[in-house]
Design a protein around this ligand. Structure first.
Ligand code: DX5
Ligand code: ZN
Length: 227
């Protein structure tokens, strides 16, 4: 897989989500990243199932739904039914991660696991072969517009190596604080799904921002590996 850009609508104008998605798609967005927050797992409250249902009607690309919620098992069916193509759950929120991953897959949805900056990747060891993607959080989840945590770059490399050891070619997604200044670095480290919220929607021209991020990401993915 080459590299995919997943603009996060968290930083878009919620009164004009249709226009935000359309602009991102014109710029070449491969996915739309939807940040679901419950005010418990993270301090913020954002989007729920009805918004995903509406987005599905207007988006042309798949919806990548990131669940930052307690007890995600209760909501997986509803987000799948609403049209999520990918659902990621946080390892920190789950007591039975393996069961949850299987439940997501049984619904015909790609199953991802997200890990917070303070969570060691050893938490993924036993499920590494089962995952459709891993989300490396490069900020503490809860808000858009935060600063990229530098350690995340080597964490991407380590997750890539862990998946490789498990014989799993599933992509590593990076989420938080990614912009034009660091996108090449994270792609060189092995990230193949790039989430960007404020770097897209807090600019005067989101379409152009996506196009530029994608060009930089593709160039980095094509460059010789320097590990
Ligand atoms: C953070 C969210 C991210 C966030 C990314 O909790 O999971 O998806 O929206 O936004 P930026 O790119 O602004 O860090
Ligand atoms: Zn996210």
């Amino acid at each position: 897989m080459s590299v995919q850009i997943a603009p996060s609508i968290l930083s878009a104008d919620f009164a004009a989500l249709g226009a935000a998605v359309a602009a991102a798609e014109r710029g070449g967005a491969d996915l739309i990243h939807v940040d679901v927050m419950d005010g418990h797992f993270v301090p913020n409250i954002t989007i729920g199932v009805p918004v995903v249902t509406s987005l599905r009607r207007i988006a042309r690309v798949p919806l990548d739904v990131h669940l930052m919620i307690e007890d995600p098992d209760r909501y997986i069916d509803a987000f799948a039914e609403a049209g999520a193509a990918m659902i990621s759950v946080h390892v920190e929120a789950l007591r039975h991660l393996h069961r949850t991953i299987q439940a997501i897959k049984r619904l015909g949805v790609k199953a991802g696991v997200a890990i917070n900056p303070a969570t060691p990747i050893v938490m993924l060891d036993e499920v590494a072969a089962d995952l459709d993607y891993v989300v490396v959080m490069s900020v503490n989840p809860g808000f858009g517009g935060q600063t990229f945590i530098p350690r995340s770059e080597s964490k991407v490399r380590e997750v890539r190596a862990l998946l490789d050891r498990a014989g799993n070619a599933a992509p590593v997604e990076i989420d938080g604080g990614v912009d034009q200044s660091n996108v090449a670095q994270v792609v060189s480290a092995g990230a193949r799904i790039i989430v960007a919220g404020s770097a897209v929607f807090n600019t005067p021209d989101p379409e152009r921002a996506v196009r530029e991020l994608k060009a930089a990401a593709i160039a980095a993915a094509a460059a010789p590996v320097t590990r």
